[in-house]
Ligand binder design. Structure first.
Ligand SMILES: NC(=O)c1ccc[n+]([C@@H]2O[C@H](COP(=O)([O-])OP(=O)(O)OC[C@H]3O[C@@H](n4cnc5c(N)ncnc54)[C@H](O)[C@@H]3O)[C@@H](O)[C@H]2O)c1
Length: 299
């Protein structure tokens, strides 16, 4: 007997990374899955986003578990497209119980003129598109009267500032307000709304060429291993980053009846990153900020 038997979950940004891990974990517990992903590049993002073949791979992994999986190329910023694919998928699978709004981009910026466009792109993707996904999916969560769970992927940056990431920090802070407001509005319908706040995770959003150079300015060709020391200094627990599966366990908890009376919370899965005692890492954080500034201004 699985914790998600008879349930259907929709996951945005499900082609790879954390979204894929959530799809697999929820399917392992019996859910049928709907995954959406943009599967194309967003202008200005300095690492490759998910692809159609990534989306096909997640679909295969879910189906290998004996669950149904419908996948769609859909930009979460496009409210009409999100409504269209949700309506179609729920028409096939019969219902919707869980919505994991996980998609997102990391796009550092300073205060130079091009930061205006970057700001708009990040806010549109990491904040406004979360709302748009809620609007597209909520009618289906309400339709069956059994309640439901909306889980939003925030970040440690929902609680603390990240250097050279004003837009990302603002969007992720904003999600906490959105989660609380929705939790209040939807409690009477037994629809719970919560956020998870991961520390750095081993996905392309974090482990990419840009961040390798940012974390290892002394190396000409830095590798993932070269990132470990600085990355680890950001967490209290002695690890540089966590794996997508570590986040998926918390998503399952919030999706399942184990969290029946849990709503409106923001759950850190952050190896202690956001409770750093003063004096341990600020200089390191500031150093990364400085290095990133140098990287940007040298480009
Ligand atoms: N990796 C980290 O260190 C980290 C830490 C904290 C929070 N997060 C958050 O976790 C979430 C998942 O990211 P990840 O780490 O799995 O990175 P990822 O880049 O591997 O996955 C994100 C997915 O979202 C998709 N996506 C981006 N914009 C989209 C849009 N407009 N519509 C639909 N899909 C879109 C991408 O194509 C990609 O497949 C994001 O919200 C991110 O901000 C990541």
């Amino acid at each position: 007997m699985g914790k998600m038997d008879g349930k259907v979950a929709l996951i945005t940004g499900g082609a790879r990374g954390q979204g894929r891990a959530h799809a697999v974990r929820l399917a392992e517990e019996g859910a049928d899955i709907i995954i959406t992903d943009i599967c194309e590049q967003i202008e200005g993002v300095h690492y490759p986003l998910g692809t159609e073949s990534d989306l096909a791979e997640t679909t295969k992994l879910v189906e290998e578990l004996g669950r149904k999986c419908l996948s769609y190329q859909a930009d979460a910023r496009d409210a009409e497209r999100m409504r269209e694919v949700t309506d179609e998928a729920v028409g096939v699978l019969g219902r919707l119980d869980t919505v994991v709004i996980n998609h997102g981009i990391g796009l550092p910026h300073g205060t130079d003129p091009d930061s205006v466009e970057i700001w708009d792109t990040v806010i549109a993707t990491n904040l406004s598109a979360v709302w748009r996904t809620v609007v597209a999916t909520l009618p289906h969560l309400k339709a069956h009267g059994d309640g439901g769970s909306i889980i939003v992927t925030g970040s440690a940056a929902s609680l603390v500032a990240i250097f050279n990431n004003a837009a990302y920090t603002s969007a992720k802070h904003g999600l906490i307000g959105l989660v609380k407001a929705l939790a209040a509005d939807l409690a009477r319908d037994w629809i719970r709304v919560n956020a998870i706040l991961p520390t750095n995770v081993n996905t392309t959003l974090f482990v990419n060429e840009y961040n390798m150079h940012r974390f290892c300015p002394d190396k000409e060709n830095p590798t993932i291993d070269d990132m470990r020391f600085t990355a680890q200094s950001l967490n209290l627990q002695p690890i540089p980053w966590i794996e997508p599966e570590d986040v998926a366990h918390s998503v399952l908890y919030l999706a399942s009846d184990d969290a029946k009376y849990v709503t409106g919370i923001a759950l850190p899965v952050d190896a202690g990153m956001t409770i750093q005692p003063p004096g341990i890492t600020p200089h390191l954080g500031a150093r990364i900020g400085e290095l990133e500034y140098q990287l940007r201004t040298n480009q």
